[in-house]
Design a protein around this ligand. Structure first.
Ligand code: UDP
Length: 357
């Protein structure tokens, strides 16, 4: 049986791993070894996802977090290289665009272990984003590229990657959304605990470095969400990076209700009942669409361009736009119905390709 070493470390990767690991196990053709780099380590940023989504405990925990990009990626490489040498997997499987993605791709490629990348081909065309650098390198080093969207396929072609390496399987987060919809719909306590009612609140998330690490953008976001909160309750599960930056900058929310990061099921419950979602998260933009909730993306660009084209999402740059107006104006709007993220069977398609290669 083939062995696949999966390298993950950050919250969105745990959600993507859940359906794929299940499909790999069901295929019976592949043994998966799960390596957690430790990039996200708080219980509410890591353990809760393993518990709620039924992901097997990681086989290896590298416990690397904090530090700058170089220090973190370097420390991951240092630990991944001997581990992969020892495990001798037939392939390394990576997800998304974090430092764990980059380290997994680099460590494997240097050891001549083939790499497969889930959520390949996404581009913001903004190389100031650390994620964009991680994506470009990860895609170049991977021989199997699993894409979520038509736009991603086109981006890879533009970079000269041959169709033989591209597998348009759809989006594994859509698989996860379908698989956990029922359990999420049963989560009621989160509403009572925060005194919010279905359809009568805005949900916000903020964590991209371009927003948290830029004082002006962070201040604009805080001001705008506070203004929205004068009209409609706003709930904001606060990412640890954002919490730390608000503290350093002496910024604080008063009308917006901030809560610690929530687990996936509570998050889906909050997303699916929101009147509007304002976010700089990639995953949350898509989930807003899955639950047919209008979304405002607090960025200058997005990788999920199809959602803008379909009218479910719009951009509001924290550098200049009237964010408050955009968020309030989005309430009650609908986009065009479409299914740009596949049929909810992406994980099975990935497992099939991995078993065959
Ligand atoms: N998420 C969550 N709890 C939260 C905030 C987000 O479970 O408090 C989930 C969200 O539903 C989505 C994923 O985390 O599935 C998105 O991750 P994140 O925003 O951290 O990263 P990105 O998608 O931008 O890479």
């Amino acid at each position: 049986m083939k062995t696949i070493a999966t390298v993950v470390g950050a919250r969105p990767q745990f959600i993507k791993v859940a359906p794929v690991s299940k499909a790999l196990a069901a295929s019976g053709a592949v043994k998966e070894v799960l390596i957690h780099t430790g990039q996200h380590f708080d219980a509410d940023m890591s353990d809760v996802f393993f518990d709620e989504l039924g992901i097997a405990k990681p086989n290896h925990q590298l416990a690397i977090h904090g530090g700058g990009h170089g220090a973190m990626t370097g420390a991951m490489l240092q630990k991944l290289e001997p581990l992969l040498e020892r495990l001798k997997p037939d392939r390394v499987l990576i997800y998304g665009d974090t430092n764990s993605t980059l380290a997994g791709a680099l460590a494997a490629a240097k050891l001549h272990i083939p790499v497969a990348h889930v959520e390949a081909g996404l581009r913001s065309f903004n190389r100031a984003m650390p994620e964009e650098i991680n994506r470009i390198i990860a895609d170049q080093l991977s021989d199997l590229l699993f894409t979520s969207t038509d736009a991603a396929v086109n981006n890879l072609r533009q970079e000269g990657i041959s169709d033989a390496r591209i597998f348009p399987v759809g989006d594994v987060m859509y698989d996860a959304a379908l698989q956990f919809a029922q359990s999420a719909s049963e989560r009621k306590d989160i509403f009572a605990a925060n005194s919010i009612e279905s359809g009568r609140y805005a949900l916000a998330t903020v964590h991209r470095a371009e927003n948290t690490d830029n004082t002006e953008r962070l201040r604009n976001i805080v001001t705008a969400l506070e203004q929205v909160a004068l009209k409609v309750p706003v709930i904001l599960p606060l990412h640890p990076r954002t919490a730390a930056r608000l503290n350093t900058e002496g910024l604080a929310f008063s009308k917006v209700k901030t809560i610690p990061p929530v687990g996936y099921l509570d998050m889906v419950a909050l997303e699916s009942q929101a009147a509007v979602i304002a976010t700089d998260s990639g995953g949350v933009q898509k989930e807003a669409f899955f639950y047919q909730v209008p979304c405002v993306t607090l960025r200058d660009e997005t990788e999920w361009v199809e959602l803008i084209e379909l009218g479910w999402n719009r951009l509001a740059s924290p550098a200049k736009a009237d964010i408050t107006g955009s968020i309030l104006a989005a309430i009650g709007t609908k986009g065009t119905n479409s299914q740009p993220y596949g049929d909810g069977q992406s994980a099975q398609a990935i497992a099939k390709v991995l078993a065959a290669h």
